[in-house]
Design a protein around this ligand. Sequence first.
Ligand code: HEM
Length: 445
Amino acid sequence: MKAAFFALGLPALTLAFPGMMGIKSKQEGLQMLEKMKREADAELVERQSLSSILSTVVSDVKGLIGSVASSVEPDNYRPEPGYTFQAPGPNDSRGPCPGLNLLANYGYLPRNGYVNFGQVIDATSRGFNMGADLSGLLAVFAILTNGDIATESFYLGTGPGNVGGLNRHDTVEADISPNREDFYLGCGDNHHLSSRLFTQNVALAAASSSKQFDLTVMGNQYYANSKFSQKYNPYLYYFPFPSIVSIGAFVFYPNFFSNGTYGAGGVANYESISSIIGAQFNSKTGHFEYVPERWPAQGWYRRSTEYGAVDALTEALAYIYAKNPVGMPIAQLGTQNLNVNTILCDAVEGINSVTPLALAGQAEEVEAGIAWALGALGAVGLNNTVLGCPTSALSANYLYGNSTQKGGPLNPPPSVQANTGNDVFNKVYFTTAPTTPQCSHTASS
Ligand code: HEM
């Protein structure tokens, strides 16, 4: 905008009629002009570098689709016949998970966003080839902490009256996400795609040798995001289970969103990633608009092999968390005992520490909740015996250390109810980095 003012001759007008601009002297006018020019130049440089980054990425990714199509199996083409894209309506629940949002947009999950355990296991396998142990682990925690145990269901965004749902902070949703802002700094908005974070992600991909959203690029995105949260978020609390989901989400980008099988000819290119996470670049504003998640128009193939809990945790520890091991209140941190198995054991045994938060009620209810969760995890192959976890830690009073710490599950950050509702699409969220809680962060489209 400012650049356009210069082109229209605003400088000359300012000097000829300084009074009109509220300027008292020629000297002051010149200073103001200098300042405007500096701002306009900076804006131009920012725009040019963004558009050159984007054109680089877009041109780098063009042509990749063809090479994928030759190395994929037709059976893995998605969506399958009978599943069509439909944008969510105002009463449909959508939240921080692009994978589940997309599945609901095609009818693999109920379009209203109110989903149950069986539907989630089935849809995530059909749509993305997620292993049942991984989807089971995620779904059990979602139901236990954000949903309804009797019907084994939960909402993808928020539940009726803004209660529960995946938007609920520090249960499954966590700080340091790939492309969502922290709950506290986002002023309660932990679920809309952040334009400034995806701009950073695109720049990191463009600067990489692969020009894709591969594991190294996502590790760099985690590094930048975690350093930012450590610096600016006084309520940052890295609680074990949600933290596992958050570091896992970084490896989900290449592994589930690539066109074809990542590591076997599939590509985590711009076209695939941006479409699936609902990031639409607006060349007029230079920002990313958050639109409903969909598979890319050019055609898309899911991975041909299953990707499960052990794969996800192994890669998340090696490629993501290792870049900046933010402290978690778990005994194994900083020791050689921190590995996939101990983390899975922590997750299974940690069930006792999250159930009371949700049920907050009778001892019998809590016990029934724990029994249901342990049974459901056992059914997908995650139980104490299989994992070889020490059973001594499983007691009804077990609670993670530091849970009352500022930002912890028993001492949550202040929230802003207005920003915790279901996702609203076709708008831009967070054009700048929220170094303090940003409560007015929505730009119209
Ligand atoms: C199986 C049940 C699932 C549950 C309960 C679940 C839940 C969640 C939650 C709560 C978040 C927010 C995490 C955070 O704050 O960082 C999230 C993020 C994410 N999920 Fe899921 N998810 C599930 C399945 C999937 C699937 C199947 C995929 C991919 C195909 C997926 C991909 C992602 C990604 C990439 C993010 C990060 C979004 C971002 O910040 O950019 N999830 N999920």
